[in-house]
Design a binder for this molecule. Structure first.
Ligand code: PMP
Length: 324
């Protein structure tokens, strides 16, 4: 589908997957004016296909669009695009045997041909769909997380709260360094003081204390407002756990891991759902979370979330929207 700022929707269609026609001077290639979203389509046992909280993704895409000087797509058009593509790709939505889904990637970028720094007047919007296997084909495995003391993902007043390609461009080197150091993922600290936990390169972070409090960094403007994060906060509350969005100082968290005050940590996002963090690494050493395995509350939250998504338990919060 193609959208231009002056004309609204110029055309809207489902096309076979293939390369795009783009001018070498398309603004996105030079100035990074691009945003995206990530959702999943889940098949239920009766064959119907559903997605999870798409209105939250639509709203986030609108916020990202405002920050990147792109036009806002209405929630109706956003949902219509997901429905049209999922209907066409319906045979590709996996059977609900494991944790398989159809990943949906809406994205919008500046396609106007010019060299010069200003917002583009012409914008393209597309959605691609791709079958996604379980994130952990051999069962849930705790992550080893590298704490970067060198790179920040986002700065104050920057684009950290937007889901734009540039944020990921700035995280790639840190993530590669994490992998070279033997970790699975990188954790970014806040760029103001370099002391508070922000998030991983594609997931929000939670800690659970021995006395059952569920903690996650507050939305300071430099982390992404994850849909999974919001859902986990709600599910934890439903379980009678005390939840708090607050500044989490990395050094204090590491001390609380050593003292056993914090017993579980996990990362969450659409792709990885809820993933235990088994240990942290940094230049100063390594820290194990709990016994290094998967925490009980983490796994219970993960099961409840996926049970809702696959229609195995009632959708008591009205989080599911039928696509096909
Ligand atoms: N933080 C970042 C940087 C991400 O890329 C993602 C994935 N979209 C998340 C957090 C988690 O967001 P969500 O739960 O909406 O997928």
């Amino acid at each position: 589908a193609r959208w231009t700022v002056q004309d609204g929707w110029a055309e809207s269609s489902v096309l076979p997957y293939g390369p795009l026609q783009l001018s070498p001077a398309a603004a996105v290639l030079h100035y990074g004016q691009e945003i995206f979203e990530g959702l999943k389509a889940f098949r239920h046992a009766d064959g119907s296909v559903w997605t999870f909280r798409p209105e939250a993704n639509a709203e986030r895409m609108q916020r990202s669009a405002r920050r990147l000087a792109l036009p806002e797509l209405s929630a109706e058009d956003f949902l219509a695009s997901l429905r049209a593509l999922t209907a066409a790709d319906e045979p590709w939505v996996p059977e609900p045997t494991g944790e398989e889904s159809l990943y949906l990637r809406p994205f919008m970028f500046a396609s106007e041909e010019f060299l010069g720094v200003r917002a583009s007047h012409t914008v393209d919007y597309y959605v691609i769909a791709s079958p996604a296997g379980p994130y952990f084909p051999r069962g849930v495995q705790p992550l080893v997380v590298w704490i970067t003391d060198e790179y920040a993902r986002a700065g104050a007043g920057g684009t950290g709260a937007a889901k734009c390609g540039g944020n990921y461009a700035s995280s790639l080197l840190a993530r590669r360094q994490a992998v070279e150091n033997g970790a699975d993922e990188v954790l970014f600290l806040d760029s103001e003081t370099h002391t508070g936990i922000d998030e991983l390169s594609g997931m929000n972070v939670f800690a659970i204390t021995r006395d059952g409090r569920v903690l996650t960094p507050s939305l300071t403007g430099s982390i992404l407002e994850g849909v999974t994060r919001a859902s986990v906060l709600r599910l934890a509350q439903d379980r009678g756990l005390e939840v708090a969005e607050q500044r989490l100082v990395m050094s204090e968290v590491l001390e609380q891991l050593d003292s056993g005050e914090i017993t579980e940590m996990f990362a969450c996002g659409t792709a990885a759902v809820i993933t235990p963090i088994g240990s942290f690494m940094a230049h100063g050493g390594t820290w194990t979370v709990g016994d290094g395995g998967s925490g009980e509350t983490t796994l219970a939250l993960r099961k409840e979330l996926t049970d809702i998504q696959y229609g195995r338990i009632p959708d008591r919060h009205g989080w599911l929207t039928r696509l096909v």
